[in-house]
Ligand binder design. Structure first.
Ligand SMILES: [Zn+2]
Length: 318
């Protein structure tokens, strides 16, 4: 019997992106409200996040970048690097808390204290490059977790499955040269959707050739095509790789109702994908799975999808 860790701290709502920004604190408030109805579930255990030490960021980000984010927040600048990446004076500290909490989640899953975990963090991370913020992301929470699984936990095969509707450029670029991370991303086609990367022919470099799998989809794509991609490409790749840990970059913005992207998934498709990945984790790595929030901008679709996702994690843990 295990438990599902839930990282959902109100401090993540202190990353204030301004009244017009889609990546707003209201996202987490909506998730919190929806989840409060299920957290009486004894199989769910809250994770109390601590900030990551700034030095802990340096395996993924440059020292110059970390210093710049800190300084920009201290100076009260409205954004870092690109107007999309809005910040407030607290954003640096909250971003450290997002990366720190995610680290604690994977550590607890590795030690067996938790069976699996879901991290409802802000700011999101998968667009963050080594030395540049992009697309609402400051520090790459999932890349930092994957790197820690390799270096600190000494794993040799980590799967990062990124089902956010936008390509996880920062994560891909962190690991595309390594075979120790298999990066699989499903996303809107780079010809039509931000950030314009994630073509099928981006398959890794050097030793990492063949360990990056990009599956782009055109506008209007429904869950049927996602399920086919899982059955024909993703699950065979996972079963061949035999991951020792699975990280999900869990954006919910491929949902039909999402205002930022033209794909047409339903909440039931996220439910199916969640169950499918749980089963893969059970087959390969004793269920070791940690899911980290990325995008998702329709508040009802987001909170419904997250609640379903979390309930399945808890069911598999218990
Ligand atoms: Zn996204």
């Amino acid at each position: 019997m295990g438990k599902t860790g839930l990282l959902l701290d109100q401090r993540y709502e202190r990353h204030d992106t301004g009244p017009q920004h889609p990546e707003s604190p209201r996202r987490l408030a909506a998730i919190r409200k929806a989840i409060e109805e299920v957290t009486v579930d004894p199989r769910i255990e809250a994770i109390e996040p601590q900030p990551i030490l700034p030095a802990g960021l340096l395996r993924i980000h440059s020292r110059d970048y970390v210093t710049r984010v800190d300084a920009a927040c201290r100076q009260g600048l409205p954004f870092i690097d690109v107007p999309d990446s809005a910040i407030c004076p607290d954003s640096y500290e909250i971003a450290l808390l997002a990366a720190g909490g995610t680290t604690q989640a994977i550590d607890a899953v590795m030690s067996g204290d938790l069976a699996n975990a879901f991290c409802a963090v802000r700011p999101p991370g998968h667009h963050a490059e080594r030395s540049q913020s992009m697309g609402f992301c400051l520090f790459n929470n999932v890349a930092l977790a994957a790197e820690r699984l390799l270096r600190y936990h000494e794993l040799e095969r980590v799967l990062v499955l990124d089902w956010d509707v936008h390509h996880g450029n920062g994560t891909q670029h962190s690991f595309e040269h390594l075979r120790e991370v298999l990066f699989i991303s499903l996303h809107g086609h780079p010809d039509v959707l931000y950030p314009g990367t994630g073509f099928e022919n981006e398959t890794g470099t050097g030793d990492g050739e063949g360990y990056t799998l990009n599956i782009p989809f055109m506008p209007g794509t429904t869950g049927d095509e996602y399920r086919r991609a899982f059955n024909e490409q993703i699950l065979p790749a996972i079963d061949d790789y035999r991951p020792q840990f699975i990280l999900i970059s869990a954006g919910f913005d491929a949902h039909r109702l999402d205002p930022l992207a033209p794909l047409c998934l339903e909440t039931s498709d996220y439910e199916w994908m969640t169950q499918t990945v749980i089963e893969a984790a059970t087959r390969h790595c004793q269920g070791r799975l940690t899911s980290v929030l990325e995008g998702g901008y329709h508040l009802d679709a987001l909170s419904e999808s997250v609640t379903t996702h979390l309930a399945l994690l808890a069911e598999s843990a218990g």
